[in-house]
Ligand binder design. Sequence first.
Ligand code: 4NP
Length: 151
Amino acid sequence: MNILFVCLGNICRSPMAEGIFQEKVDRLGLDVSLDSAGTGNWHVGEEPDPRAQQTTRKNGIDISGLRGRQFTAADFDRFDRIYAMDASNYENILKLAETDEEREKVRMILNETHPGQNLSVPDPYFGGDEGFNGVFAMLDAAADKVLGELK
Ligand code: 4NP
């Protein structure tokens, strides 16, 4: 199973999701490959935002090795499941989908913990540390749900 996480910049929410899921995948010994990407291209090649790194680090997760990249249509071939962090990411991913099979791979990540509600993980980029803590908690719960079902 190959899973991709997508946000806007690929420096806050989606690399946090990748790191949180990766730690659990490793601990559970699951055969799941993970990656993350952004719909925008401003932060291609960059490390995760320092606040994202600090928030994950204090929870025992190192995401310093991740680098930003942009989502492309080729990702529909490489991944079985594509998780959007918010409604705008979801729309932008779907704009690049060409088949129903591709469209069916795309999900809002918080629908895993709040089915059918289409809630967004709030963009923490322009806020303070508490935003990052909130994002961590939401993604940690989503990871437990998703990986619990794949076990
Ligand atoms: P992310 O956060 O989508 O969670 O990585 C953002 C990072 C950068 C920008 C916006 C959101 N930006 O406008 O540069």
